[in-house]
Design a protein around this ligand. Structure first.
Ligand code: 8YV
Length: 314
């Protein structure tokens, strides 16, 4: 029996690639002219696409694949896929919720501790021989007892809040609507949450509605003693305003796992001691990446068997 054709948008782990090859004729990933040549030559055969949360699929790709039936994202975020467009095209979209929640929440805590306790900066301090040479070590800031603001109380936001309960009883949140039964006080806007918080954690999902939700005003409300943690999507924060606030000392620090134009990061941040940078590692553990891959396969297998994919978004 001939296998259905599948296009990969980004490189994925070898074990996962092998699993895909058992089920599909796998193509890609392709870049630039090679992608266009593939669409023109074999695009019409493609019935499935696999991508990551951060890569998504451009509309140009969706439109170049007239026989496309399913896009399965290896990630929870589907903000890089035009969902109304996919829906209009009759394309099913699936993601991998739940399995990465703990890891992303763990990283939010790690970034908070890394910024406030100067873990990355002090690691450099030791390696650079500055401790050995008798230089004074700058002090960090206390995390326990801090006021924490969670922006977006979805699955990941709640997991972050629960972890912060081990540090403080001062936790508030803001989301589009108050979350029924949430054990934390609701703030009516991102700005009022920022004004409350010492540490503002961005945990909302991305997409057009959340674009630049954290703007210059929100950063000003967070203030010169405030710290921003972002494990969500770079576009939720006005990156230029963030860089300026940090450079001018209007914000105390930041822990960032996500950026507007990954893998590019503003070089101005590289020299800032008060900033901890990660290359989009929220879900990046052996265990979770395997679970994400398995979840993608479950969705594809259900679709192949004519069953309802368990994680349908569209
Ligand atoms: C990625 C993510 O999918 O889940 C998401 O939305 O952003 C990440 O887990 C990661 O880029 C996988 O490569």
């Amino acid at each position: 029996m001939t296998k259905p054709h599948l296009l990969l948008i980004a490189a994925l782990p070898p074990w996962f690639h092998q699993e895909l090859e058992q089920r599909f004729e796998v193509h890609g990933p392709f870049e630039g002219a090679a992608a266009e040549a593939f669409w023109a030559g074999q695009g019409a055969q493609v019935r499935a696409v696999v991508t990551t949360g951060s890569h998504g699929v451009a509309n140009a790709v969706l439109d170049a694949l007239p026989g496309l039936e399913i896009v399965s994202a290896y990630g929870v975020g589907v903000d890089q896929i035009d969902l109304p467009h996919a829906k209009a095209r009759g394309v099913t979209v699936t993601n991998t919720p739940d399995v990465l929640t703990d890891d992303v929440a763990d990283l939010a805590i790690a970034l908070t501790l890394a910024v406030q306790r100067r873990i990355a900066a002090n690691d450099r301090f030791v390696r650079d021989g500055r401790w050995e040479s008798g230089e004074r070590v700058p002090l960090g800031r206390k995390v326990s007892g801090s006021r924490v603001g969670i922006l977006g109380l979805g699955r990941i936001g709640r997991a972050i809040a629960r972890r912060f309960e081990g540090f403080t009883d001062q936790i508030r949140y803001h989301s589009r609507n108050p979350v029924e039964g949430a054990p934390y006080p609701y703030e009516a806007s991102a700005e009022s949450l920022a004004a409350y918080a010492d540490i503002l954690v961005v945990a909302t999902s991305g997409g057009p509605e959340a674009r630049r939700l954290v703007d210059a005003e929100v950063l000003a409300a967070l203030g010169a003693q405030g710290v921003l943690i972002n494990i969500s999507r770079g576009a939720v924060v006005d990156q230029d305003a963030l860089v300026s606030a940090l450079a001018e000392g209007k914000l105390a620090g930041a822990g960032l796992d996500v950026f507007e134009d990954e893998p590019n990061t503003p070089h101005a941040l590289w020299a800032m001691e008060q900033v901890v940078l990660q290359p989009h590692q929220g879900s990046a553990t052996e265990e979770t990446r395997r679970a994400m891959g398995e979840r993608v396969l479950q969705n594809l297998d259900a679709w192949l068997a004519g069953r309802e994919p368990p994680d349908r978004v569209v």
